[in-house]
Design a protein around this ligand. Structure first.
Ligand SMILES: CC(C)(COP(=O)(O)OP(=O)(O)OC[C@H]1O[C@@H](n2cnc3c(N)ncnc32)[C@H](O)[C@@H]1OP(=O)(O)O)[C@@H](O)C(=O)NCCC(=O)NCCS
Length: 248
């Protein structure tokens, strides 16, 4: 029997991220105008320019709140003004703090869907997160056959029809969280590893290309971030506990 996830706690100061913890923050991207104003004051000119590429005003605002929230949370952990944080990306686009901005080797990953962002933070270990707003029309058999490993497709087919949509998104978010933790984007083939579709909070990566010792290096936790959303977080190692925060 696996333990249930902890509850989402309201953000408070001081906040400390221990090396044996992974913190996940839940942020409402349709927050009030104060949150938007605060975010606008801290994002960089590049982030502002990127927001302007979104067609809808709502998407622009959501992007700015996601970036502003990322900066605000990192600033809490690091004691650095949010505007001073500098980012870089790896060859596949995974963002990280510039080494000068992160003396404590703070790592993070971000995911957003619809009006929710989830942000995962860890120290000295890679982390990846994915949240999806559950849209039943996306959970069809063609998508599963295209993206999932044969064992996952078979596990999905074995379920009653009424249970398939949620199982599809459990599988999707777990795979995506792992891919994002590895930071290799889609150069890591999605059918080269297999996750469990079971509805439990702590999940095994079953295999990675038949190499179970490699699978044992990573752990995955399912998250229930709110009505209509399914999410998962992946991190290196097994020796971490999960702390959930909301607000910024
Ligand atoms: C980034 C990626 C990994 C996920 O994107 P996504 O699910 O569309 O979007 P999410 O909101 O979860 O994540 C986007 C964030 O991930 C981060 N990101 C970008 N590249 C990344 C990478 N290589 N690794 C980890 N994180 C990355 C960024 O912070 C990005 O946010 P930003 O655009 O605001 O800067 C993308 O490469 C992708 O398209 N993945 C595969 C999609 C797919 O086919 N999945 C099938 C799942 S079974």
């Amino acid at each position: 029997m696996t333990a249930a996830n902890p509850l989402w706690q309201n953000a408070r100061d001081p906040i400390q991220l221990r090396p044996d913890e992974v913190h996940v923050w839940r942020v409402d991207l349709d927050a009030d105008s104060d949150a938007l104003r605060r975010s606008c004051e801290t994002v960089s000119a590049d982030e502002q320019a990127r927001s302007e590429q979104f067609y809808s005003l709502q998407d622009r605002d959501r992007y700015i709140i996601a970036r502003g929230s990322l900066r605000a949370i990192l600033a809490r952990y690091l004691g650095t003004p949010p505007r001073d944080l500098r980012f870089l990306s790896n060859a596949h686009g995974k963002p990280a703090l510039e080494p000068d901005s992160s003396p404590a080797d703070l790592r993070f990953n971000v995911s957003h869907s619809h009006q929710l962002a989830l942000l995962a933070f860890a120290q000295c270990r890679e982390v990846g997160i994915d949240v999806e707003y559950v849209l039943p029309y996306r959970a069809d058999a063609h998508m599963a056959a295209r993206f999932f490993a044969p064992q996952e497709v078979a596990a999905l087919r074995a379920l009653p029809e009424t249970a398939r949509t949620e199982a599809f998104f459990r599988c999707w978010t777990r795979k995506e969280a792992y891919v994002k933790a590895r930071g290799q984007g889609l150069s890591l083939p999605l059918n080269s590893f297999t996750v469990s579709l079971a509805p439990c909070p702590t999940i095994d990566l079953l295999t990675i290309g038949g190499d179970s010792p490699q699978a044992a290096r990573w752990s995955l936790r399912a998250l229930a971030p709110g009505e209509g959303y399914i999410a998962a977080v992946a991190a290196e190692g097994k020796d971490w506990s999960l702390i959930l925060w909301q607000g910024t």
